[in-house]
Design a protein around this ligand. Structure first.
Ligand code: NI
Length: 415
């Protein structure tokens, strides 16, 4: 399968200059960029007035929670979690999670996201939904032992998910998801990390999301976690002197500004982290606490929050890098670049809009005036998963219909 994209502007990565060139995609990979002579292709797209840029990465989410969008508004984290979310989650089935994940993938693809890092349960359904949609996902099972000696088989389940799904179709990476240091004992985190390390799997964990969380990070890092590739979600209430502990090539911080604001958890000190060489990427968290899955929006918000105290904070390149390169690196599933030999994971943006002028300053517009509604198409591994209003890989009306039924059931449980 050969696909030629022509007449578009190309941003190959946040630090490069814009260029006019063609892109050739063969069997899912980018094989040519530049002004080459046309050849026989299966598909040819005239992208005049459009920009091709690397796909965005959502580095922290609970995709199936789109089923619970709007269900728990105006609540603090503890009430939100214990009074609203957990009682509903106890009743979820594989089918519910499949459709909730599908719904989120539709939204993410519509907004230019090509890969996400998920923590949830019923992970067979999550992985199947990612495969069926054609989206890249780091699938992790949320793990808790609540300080007791048993985790009710959750870690065993996570290992089975790894055996069943890891590497499938080049789309899925199965990782491990210890929920948080307050819901997992150190011994349990160490056990999980040892397993993850032996399998070469990633780990993701919530860290210092709310101000009530007080545990020494140094102790956590004395476990096998320090050897793993870890995505720490939130890190809002990290202590100043602990920031350096996260500045390691195998560690990433997933910053979720909307969710942190909405649940009154505050603002993570990401400029300080970036200054101290911590690798920061962006997440949306679940749609029950956001309520959109929009990395363009998170990128702009993250930038503005840091600029509220110093306008020189978060450059355009740093912002774009968090949304693409850093998330890509954290996920291990995509490169975050338009480059020869890489999977064709890209976004096509309609830039024939007044807010993309002057075109010479397009990178700044991508951060400060772009809107995810400007996404014209999203391609993952050379397949269009969203194209000009339609979703070529799925039956959209069936997903809408079943999701609606599932949500009606959940709202009944809730009330
Ligand atoms: Ni979360």
């Amino acid at each position: 399968m050969k696909i030629l994209l022509e007449n578009a502007l190309i941003l190959t990565d946040p630090f490069s200059e814009l260029m006019n060139s063609k892109v050739l995609i063969e069997d899912g990979k980018i094989t040519k960029i530049g002004d080459f002579t046309d050849q026989q292709v299966d598909e040819r797209h005239d992208f005049t007035g459009k920009l091709i840029m690397p796909g965005l990465v959502n580095s922290h989410t609970h995709a199936a929670m789109s089923l619970m969008r709007g269900i728990a508004e105006d609540m603090n984290l503890q009430d939100w979690l214990f009074k609203k979310i957990f009682p509903i989650e106890e009743r979820l089935t594989d089918k519910d999670v499949y459709y909730g994940t599908m719904l989120s993938q539709m939204e993410m693809a519509r907004k230019g996201i090509v890969a996400y890092i998920d923590m949830y349960f019923h992970c067979d359904a999550v992985a199947q939904a990612a495969i069926d949609f054609g989206m890249k996902a780091v699938v992790t099972r949320g793990l808790t032992d609540s300080g007791s000696s048993s985790d009710n088989g959750r870690l065993r389940q996570n290992i089975e998910y790894f055996e069943r799904w890891n590497g499938r179709d080049g789309l899925i990476s199965v990782g491990f998801g210890p929920h948080a240091p307050y819901s997992c004992s150190l011994k349990y985190i160490d056990q999980i990390a040892q397993v993850a390390h032996s399998l070469g799997a990633k780990v993701t964990i919530h860290l210092y999301e709310s101000k009530n969380e007080d545990y020494p990070l140094s102790e956590l890092l004395r476990t096998s976690l320090s050897k793993c590739d870890v995505i720490f979600a939130h890190c809002v209430h990290i202590k100043e002197q602990e920031i350096d502990l996260l500045a390691r090539p195998n560690f990433f911080v997933a910053h979720n500004p909307t969710s942190n604001l909405k649940l009154a958890n505050g603002i993570a000190p990401i400029q300080k982290m970036i200054n101290r060489k911590v690798q920061v990427c962006l997440g949306t968290d679940g749609a029950a606490s956001n309520n959109t899955l929009d990395i363009f929006y998170e990128m702009r918000l993250a930038t503005l929050l840091q600029k509220s105290t110093d306008p020189t904070n978060i450059s355009v390149e740093q912002a774009l890098s968090m949304a693409t390169l850093m998330g890509a690196k954290a996920s291990g599933l995509t490169t975050g670049r338009i480059e020869i030999g890489a999977d064709a994971d890209l976004v096509v943006l309609d830039i024939q809009k007044p807010w993309y002028l002057p075109i010479e300053k397009l990178k700044a517009h991508l951060v400060h005036s772009a809107n995810s509604a400007d996404v014209f198409a999203t391609m993952i591994k050379g397949k269009w998963v969203y194209y000009n209003g339609s979703y070529p890989t799925i039956n959209e009306s069936e997903i809408r219909r079943v999701s609606k039924e599932v949500m009606e059931k959940l709202i009944d449980i809730e009330s």
